[in-house]
Design a protein around this ligand. Structure first.
Ligand code: ADP
Length: 298
């Protein structure tokens, strides 16, 4: 149903009393490793919601690569096209979190940076025939473009980390999903405060037919080619917002692959994103369909 072309990392998370200054060494109070990377997170979110999900990506020939493959497979994600790239490390995010939940992160692209058009070609039908293909920007742009060109279904792009996009790529996107920062990077203008102003902006030539802007606790805006609607998020007890955006995108892919209209797919995704912020860690709180259904918008 859904194919994710994207990144997979091991997140190495150390908790510290205070983030170290340049030249300083500090002891960790706590340490844990998690599977991460936007691609992998989004794939797991869609799989939790019951979709058949295939993952196209690269790991290194190290133990971490074996571990993340196992973790994805355990979530039911098809890892047939998660290839091993020799001589490079599996992607890693080195995360320091202090007592106030402020963090500093170093991302080692590793194997993710070697993903290219030939890997998309090797995956063939898995990209071509998927109802929904999802990509982000933690892999090279030429891999994203190849996925967009190959996909005959709905192509969702989450341009994260934020950057501007070549016109040729934007032209291939069916649904663009951005937060406020990514909106500004892609359009070159700040996100308008007003729904009418946003509607004028997304009607500009060169914008994709579907645009979704996530707004954290305020939910999301959705442009479906007809109008911009605001979808409010249910009120929840926030524990950790890490992975909220990825859960949102996985749920959006889930709903679109089930044939839902964009606007109702966004209503589903907003509730899934809200469900996810109730637990610690990016993937821990990713909901089942029953957990999304149990949450109704205020
Ligand atoms: P990102 O993490 O990519 O910046 P957002 O912060 O916009 O993404 O969050 C994505 C989605 O997660 C939101 O659209 C919303 O559905 C949900 N969400 C995030 N934060 C909250 C919150 N505090 N309360 C309820 N839902 C939230």
């Amino acid at each position: 149903d859904v194919t994710v072309v994207g990144s997979v990392n091991v997140d190495l998370v150390a908790t510290v009393a205070a983030l170290p200054l340049p030249g300083e060494t500090v002891p960790a109070l706590d340490y844990a490793q998690f599977i991460g990377g936007k691609g992998s997170n989004q794939a797991i979110a869609a799989a939790r919601l019951g979709r058949a999900v295939a993952f196209v990506g690269l790991v290194g020939d190290d133990r971490e690569g074996t571990a993340v493959r196992g973790a994805l497979a355990a979530e039911g994600v098809d890892v047939t096209y998660l290839e091993v790239c020799e001589g490079v490390p599996t992607g890693r995010a080195i995360v320091l979190v202090d007592g106030t939940a402020e963090n500093s992160i170093v991302v080692v692209g590793g194997a993710n940076q070697s993903l290219g058009p030939r890997h998309i070609e090797a995956a063939g039908e898995v990209v071509r025939r998927a109802r929904v293909v999802v990509s982000q920007l933690e892999i090279p742009l030429d891999a994203v473009s190849a996925a967009a060109r190959t996909c005959e279904g709905t192509f969702i792009l989450n341009p994260a980390p934020a950057r501007s996009l070549p016109r040729e790529l934007l032209d291939l996107v069916d649904v663009l999903v951005v937060n406020e920062v990514e909106y500004e990077a892609v359009t070159g203008a700040a996100l308008p405060d007003d729904v009418d102003d946003l509607e004028r902006a997304v009607r500009e030539p060169g914008m994709p037919p579907g645009v979704v802007v996530t707004l954290g606790a305020r939910g999301a805006y959705v442009w479906d080619g007809e109008q911009v609607a605001h979808v409010a998020a249910p009120r929840v007890k926030v524990v950790d917002t890490t992975g909220a955006g990825d859960t949102f995108i996985g749920a959006l892919a889930d709903a679109l692959s089930r044939g839902e209209e964009l606007r109702s797919a966004v209503q589903w995704a907003v509730r899934a994103g809200a469900a996810a912020v109730r637990s610690l860690g990016a993937t821990t709180g990713m909901p089942t369909p029953e957990q999304v259904q149990a949450l109704t918008a205020d």
